[in-house]
Design a protein around this ligand. Sequence first.
Ligand SMILES: [Ca+2]
Length: 213
Amino acid sequence: MRMLVLVTSLGMLLASTLGVSAGPLVNGSFEDPVLPNDGRFDYTVPTGWTVYTDQTCNPQMLRYTSGTVPVPDGVQYAQIQTLASTAGTYAGFYQTFDVTPGQLYIISGWFRPLSGTSIARVGVDLNGGTQRPTEWGAVLDGAISQTWTEFSFEVTAVGPSMTIFLDHTQNGTKSGRATAFDGIKVVVPEPASLGTLLAGTVGLVGLRTRRRK
Ligand SMILES: [Ca+2]
């Protein structure tokens, strides 16, 4: 048991040394909960995420079946649909996760406005609250593209947590507009001395393997 704890600690140390993950952002790929493979979509809130809107909306999760467009990350994705017939109405998912103050993070993922009047946006509340952003790190207007598009932007943490907003809004007055999201990731940029770090990693992994025996 003591050896197990040691190995776990070593793994955590390794992860923090590498800086691969920013912390507990969970289910950025929307693979949880697992949907049945027989339906087109489910009105389900993805695990770890919270729904917000100014009026009314439908959270949805979808699972790809054969014959549909490939999913960017895994086999499921999430989308948010506004039900109000008001231009500017909005809805989305947010999630708060731990960060290190002063650290630079790359936020990336995929989004897809599902109509010509849908607008996909991703932004953060740097204070880790639930204040919907007024400035966005990534925007895709459905009038420009309605296909899966990868986005990426950088933010510097100011506190111990940060909240990401996956936002949908619309230009037109038709209800039932939506935006899809998948593969949301928060990572620390790779350091320049990657080769040196990798060499060190191989050594640590070797050590870890031996200790497990
Ligand atoms: Ca996915």
